[in-house]
Design a protein around this ligand. Sequence first.
Ligand code: PGA
Length: 248
Amino acid sequence: MARTIVIAGNWKLNLSVEEGVALAGALAKEAGNDREIVVFPTALSVYPAVQAAAGSKVEVGVQNAYWEVSGAYTGELSPELAKAAGAKWVLIGHSERRQYFGETNETCNQRVQATLRAGLKPMLCIGETLEERESGRLDEILRGQITGGLANLSADDLADLVIAYEPVWAIGTGVVATEEQAQDAHALSRGIVRDLLGDAFADSVRILYGGSVKPDNAAGLLGQEDIDGALVGGASLKADVFSGIINS
Ligand code: PGA
């Protein structure tokens, strides 16, 4: 089944509003092929990035969102507020949030549910540490992240879901997974999705690879059967470099 490629840029804690607007504007001008393009700026830059990309195919998302709609939750933002600012996506469960901010499969599930409640598209990140991989726990970890993150939701509920497989040992390290390692983990993830939500859903859900994706390794990764796009950190911060991945 043909699955449209998604190329997403996770800006993390980088780029001022001015820099983010310039980057979103540059990508909006360039994004000329049939791939879906998404950027995840800092929360400060979401609204101006939406304005800068208006009329183009570049969509904007938030890097995280809380599950309450509004109220006394200092420092948080909700999917509803993100939507009102023009965001279309919520990134959920990035390994940096799991590692530094106490994100669990349960809280990821609450965020997925809140994202769907607001009518936004969830991008759920999964991935194992090197220690987990080397101790033979890859299946167990991915199964827990997928099953836990998508608990209590049906295939219909999850029609807009995108999964991003990002081995923690490949993020920001320059150590990209080999095409074979990535394909194997993607096939494993798709199989877990199949067990949970059935064939039709598993065949249509997009699973992106993330972790040291660069213009020179993107084509090989995207050529793998079960790799449907890329979630890019460092190489998404410069328009020409990110465009090299978009057009790879
Ligand atoms: P990287 O980050 O491309 O800099 O490795 C990927 C990510 O964290 O999404």
